[in-house]
Design a protein around this ligand. Structure first.
Ligand code: SF4
Length: 445
């Protein structure tokens, strides 16, 4: 049962030193009780407190790590909605191959997974996992395909079979990959637990009903094996959505440990649109690993973009380093633009300048990752702060021009900027980035 703030406070030092970021030990205890802080923030917690409160402050959805370098993390979630705090570990996307697929098709899919790279707002996005499904009846063939998938892609695998012997053979073949065996039922859980432990893999658990699944996870946890993932047996998108929500709610609201694990779902092939909708549902509502039936780069762009939006911490906007960026191949006579260090704004503006064929300098001062209007309203993107940044950056020694193009939405800072940056003229650019190219072509050519 979850500890209350009052009970947690009894185990804290009660010195109110504030080093954990809370004003009092009681305030910190309340945060711990609400799973909004971790005990490690208090440097003075005793060993006894760590032992007792460590379990109590564990995230309601257990963290699982797959693969080796870098580790693929799942779970550790503490909220229903990302605006309450943040979602922690994003839904992992896997591509499925079958052990009965043609050799050329397997080769093509594995190479596609290995080579797939999507760059979005400065982040490199990759496919997380490969799923190998046994459709044939030879465990050795299944194991050989699994080994090939690991060796080609270096990704952790979902080993998917109803046959414990096949899972055992594949688990041995890819020992060291830290993969996931899917899935154990009540009749096979003991044997598969041994296979998972001996070969360093995690284990997915399934059952005809939620009660049956809960019985298996409870049993395995009591036996000390906690490296688990849940695979629900559902028959429609609505049921899967509902079951994912029930599991998350049980883990968060009732601290119900048997359902406090990341989930695994296989999207049944039903056409590209239907598959995409199912995957979107998993990303939106608590999916841990989502296995896609085919590799489709266009579908992946949509899913990864959505996933990035859902899993970006709303309290920490994605941002680029504040500095002077060259766009194209600028020289001392190239024009100078200024914008904020919110990643989305930066990449849109630099992209528009690049598309126009112009080489320019882009001044990006520290704005805490906020967009133009937000940072201006917060006093982070003012004439004074831009001028200070320009002076400190050494731009004045780097360029001959004394004109700086500011975003149209903050035309009102032009006077302040010219006063704070003597000798410079502020040119008001367009409000919308989409108009930047025509602005450049008409005003600067
Ligand atoms: Fe109390 Fe520890 Fe926080 Fe200090 S750091 S206020 S001792 S909980």
């Amino acid at each position: 049962m979850a500890l209350t703030g009052l009970k947690i406070q009894k185990y804290l030092p009660k010195t109110n030193c504030k080093e954990c970021g809370s004003n009092t030990c009681m305030a910190f205890a309340m945060k711990l009780a609400a799973k909004k802080a971790e005990l490690s923030l208090c440097p003075y917690a005793s060993d006894e407190a760590k032992k007792i409160l460590g379990a109590a402050s564990e995230p309601p959805v257990k963290g699982i790590a797959l693969g080796s370098d870098p580790k693929l993390k799942l779970g550790e979630e503490t909220v229903f909605y990302r605006h309450e705090k943040t979602f922690v570990n994003q839904t992992a996307l896997a591509i499925n191959i079958n052990d009965t697929d043609f050799d050329d098709d397997i080769e093509k899919t594995l190479n596609s997974v290995k080579d797939y790279i999507l760059e979005r707002v400065g982040e490199i996005l990759l496919i997380d996992m490969v799923s190998v499904t046994q459709k044939g009846d030879d465990p050795e063939v299944f194991a050989a395909v699994a080994k090939r998938a690991w060796e080609t892609t270096n990704r952790p695998l979902v080993l998917h079979s109803d046959d414990p012997k096949a899972l055992n053979a594949a688990a041995i073949a890819v020992k060291g990959s830290n993969s996931l065996l899917a899935a154990a039922r009540k009749e096979t859980s003991e044997a598969l637990k041994t296979t998972a432990v001996e070969n360093g893999h995690a284990l997915a658990v399934t059952g005809e009903s939620l009660d049956e699944l809960v019985a298996v996870t409870t049993q395995l946890k009591q036996e000390g094996f906690n490296n688990l993932v849940l695979q629900f047996k559902t028959y429609s998108l609505a049921e899967q959505f509902q079951t994912n929500s029930i599991a998350r709610r049980s883990a968060l609201k009732a601290n119900f440990k048997p359902l406090g694990y990341p989930t695994l779902s296989f999207i049944s092939p039903g056409g590209l649109l239907e598959d995409t909708v199912s995957a979107i549902s998993e990303i939106n509502k608590y999916g841990g690993i989502c296995v896609l039936p085919t590799f489709d780069p266009a579908q992946l762009v949509a899913l990864m973009t959505l996933r990035m939006n859902i899993y970006t911490d709303p309290q920490k906007p994605i941002q680029v380093e504040p500095k002077i960026y060259p766009v194209g191949d600028p020289g001392p006579n190239s024009p100078v633009f200024v914008t904020t260090n919110f990643s989305l704004t930066f990449f849109i503006i630099s992209g528009e300048i690049e598309n126009s064929g112009l080489s320019a300098w882009l001044v990006v001062p520290e704005c805490e990752g906020m967009s133009v209007l937000t940072s201006w309203a917060a006093g982070k993107f003012s004439g004074t702060s831009i001028a200070k940044f320009v002076k400190e950056s050494g731009l004045e020694q780097q360029v001959k021009t004394r004109e700086i193009i500011i975003p149209g939405y903050v035309a009102q800072i032009s006077g302040e900027l010219e006063e704070s940056l003597p000798g410079w003229k502020a040119i008001v650019g367009p409000q919308e980035s989409a108009d930047l190219e025509s602005f450049i072509n008409s005003v600067m050519s």
